[in-house]
Design a protein around this ligand. Structure first.
Ligand code: URA
Length: 432
């Protein structure tokens, strides 16, 4: 088989066979297929798309390119949750302990963020002492004992995806539904969970800018999950404005603690109830979504969920005292308010641009080699649909530098105030 023939076949819009796709994935992972041929192939997929069968074969070939984690020694159904990305998305920090506190086993492998703010691992590392590099045996023991552990992806998990993602990043081929779906699902399948709850975001802060694209991505991933024998469902959620109020690593840990105390932002809380209820039902701990929601509400109100977060922090070497004094994490040198220039109603808070503003402060990475500043970020005081008076603070900037005119300018440009504005729907659709 020759790679050039396969590029030509896809270029001409034909479907590839299982054998051909496996040849491409294993050849590229081993280094037999060079980057220039793989780049050409990725671009043909970008333009010519793939059939469902091709996407499934591609996903399974990528999942099988490295270690397949075996979680069978963890009792019961293991649930994983994955978001396709957003700004201020603190849900994992809340959901993992919340759902674990009602007896659902959450064995979660997370990633670091590139662009915008950090990923879940960066956020957890804002907690002093918290370890995310844990050997597989300890990970499994913790989930068996405590129902929850959130760790970094093992180095050999879906290596084909790691290599391909790096190439897609520099060849303008990230934003392709078959490539995103296979990239995400290969890692989820290799990570071993029985059940996968997907949060497919849509809007300016997401890969999928419109609902139709998000629906196709969600349907594709759910289908792959089913074909790989994993219970899978997807929620299509809004990411036109940031979720919750905090954007930045320490700020999001503080927000997670507040939410687990029942004092978090309404949209974030609701998102956690929606995703959490699905996780509880899929794990067979409740028969209906209403029953699951009632269990989660009780866990939150009784303090069980917050206790579980404390236990998770302790188990992974973190300083649990931050639960009682989360403000200790807010160590940025400056807290700078951004006053509204006009009165009215907030019409738009462009999620990706607010994420870029947080990244410019140091909360995210522009390249893989950058380190993140856990202390910096943005705390929104106004969300879309809220009234605002002239001079009232729209948000607080947590910064370690005083000269942030570029950040302020970017924020002003991307927060629109007008005569009316309505809060966007949080959930657009559910795909099972
Ligand atoms: N996240 C991934 O893991 N892969 C993609 O392709 C896009 C988002």
């Amino acid at each position: 088989m020759r790679m050039v023939d396969l590029i030509e076949k896809k270029r001409d819009g034909q479907a590839l066979t299982d054998e051909e796709i496996q040849f491409i994935v294993s050849g590229y992972t081993k280094g037999d297929i060079p980057d220039y041929q793989m780049s050409a192939f990725l671009m043909t997929v970008f333009y010519k798309d793939m059939m469902d069968e091709e996407i499934t074969t591609l996903t399974l070939a990528m999942a099988n390119s490295g270690e397949m984690i075996d979680l069978s020694s963890i009792q019961g159904i293991k649930v994983d949750k994955h978001s396709t990305g957003g700004v201020g998305d603190t849900t994992t920090l809340i959901l993992a302990p919340l759902v674990a506190s009602v007896g659902v086993s959450v064995a979660k492998m997370s990633g670091r963020g590139l662009g915008y703010t950090g990923g879940t691992l960066d956020k957890l590392e804002a907690i002093p002492g918290f370890h995310v590099e844990i050997p597989d045996e300890d990970f499994i023991r913790l989930v068996n004992e405590s129902h929850v552990a959130v760790i970094g992806q093992s180095g050999d998990l879906a290596p084909a995806d790691k290599k391909l993602y790096a190439l897609r990043d520099v060849t303008a081929t990230v934003n392709s539904i078959p490539l995103i779906a296979s990239s995400i699902m290969s890692k989820k399948i290799a990570a071993g969970a029985d059940t996968i709850v997907l949060d497919v975001t849509t809007g300016e802060g997401a890969f999928m800018k419109n609902i139709d694209e998000a629906r196709r991505l969600a349907e594709t991933m759910v289908r792959i999950g089913h074909l790989a024998n994993r219970q899978t469902m997807a929620v299509i959620s809004d990411m036109s404005q940031p979720l919750g109020e905090a954007i930045g690593n320490s700020l999001e840990v503080v927000e997670a603690i507040e939410t687990l105390r029942g004092k978090g932002p309404e949209d974030l809380m609701e998102m956690c109830y929606i995703l959490g209820s699905q996780m509880v039902v899929l794990a067979k701990k409740a028969d209906t979504l209403d029953e699951a929601r009632a269990m989660l509400k009780e866990a939150l109100e009784s303090g069980k969920a917050l206790d579980k977060f404390r236990e998770m922090i302790r188990n992974q070497g973190g300083e649990e005292s931050i639960i009682e004094a989360p403000e200790r994490l807010l160590t940025a040198k400056y807290q700078i308010e951004l006053p509204a220039k006009t009165a009215g109603v907030v019409q738009k808070i462009v999620a990706n641009e607010i994420g870029i503003a947080a990244m410019l402060l140091g909360a995210g990475r522009a390249t893989k080699e950058d380190s993140v500043d856990h202390a910096v970020g943005i705390k929104l005081h106004k969300k879309v649909g809220m009234p605002v008076k002239t001079g009232e603070s729209l948000l607080t900037i947590y910064s370690n530098s005083e000269s942030i005119e570029n950040v302020k300018e970017l924020l002003y440009k991307n927060i629109e105030i007008g005569s009316s504005g309505t809060e966007p729907e949080l959930i657009h659709d559910i795909i099972t």
